[in-house]
Design a protein. Sequence first.
Length: 67
Amino acid sequence: MNGLFGINGLGGYIVAVALLLAIVFGLGYAAVITQKAQANNPYVIENQNSIEKKSVGNAQHYQDVKE
């Protein structure tokens, strides 16, 4: 009986599946909330001609539009 419902048996399987589903739904919910928050948040790229292909300084060209 202990082998069937123990941590290595059916009970452990159910706990693992429930934990993975909780993580998936939690991350999915966080992604939807982030998308909703950023959907109406426009931005402008300033000085487009001075952006380099690979540069850490490219982040300074990104500006949020203040409404």
